[in-house]
Design a protein around this ligand. Structure first.
Ligand code: THU
Length: 130
């Protein structure tokens, strides 16, 4: 699937974000190995710390829908055309499911594509590293 298609899905779901406090709407579209696209948006709360990011919202939906194999995620937020890189907490959650997952971001010139592992080297793991 072209990166631009996945970015468009993320843009569409960002419109549904619930962000009355920050006014910063984020959308994420996850592509799984069978070609499914699963979306998520940020959902804020009056108790600010209870807010959930778009990326983790998409991952939660992915698991609920029975998928375990994300291959890419597009993330958009804030001003159109500028990158909205996943926060540190979301990077750890993305790495859990596939360190090689491609993270696709808007940018003024050309789309940015980086792996989850590039965005979070040495992510925490309970299994031993050699
Ligand atoms: N947010 C995300 O949805 N994803 C991120 O990776 C970083 C931040 C949301 C959380 C909050 O609702 C808003 O952006 C402003 O921080």
């Amino acid at each position: 699937m072209p990166a631009e298609t996945l970015l468009q899905r993320a843009r569409n779901v960002a419109e549904r974000a619930y962000a009355p406090y920050s006014k910063f709407k984020v959308g994420a579209a996850l592509l799984t190995s069978d070609g499914s696209v699963i979306v998520g948006c940020n959902v804020e709360n009056a108790s600010y710390g209870m807010s959930i990011c778009a990326e983790r919202s998409a991952v939660a939906s992915m698991i609920a829908m029975g998928h375990l194999d994300p291959v890419a995620i597009a993330v958009v937020g804030g001003r159109s055309g500028t990158p909205c890189p996943p926060c540190g907490a979301c990077r750890q959650v993305l790495a859990e499911f596939n360190p090689n997952m491609l993270v696709v971001l808007e940018s003024p010139n050309k789309v940015i594509v980086m792996s989850a592992n590039e965005l979070l080297p040495l992510s925490f793991s309970l299994t031993e590293r050699t």
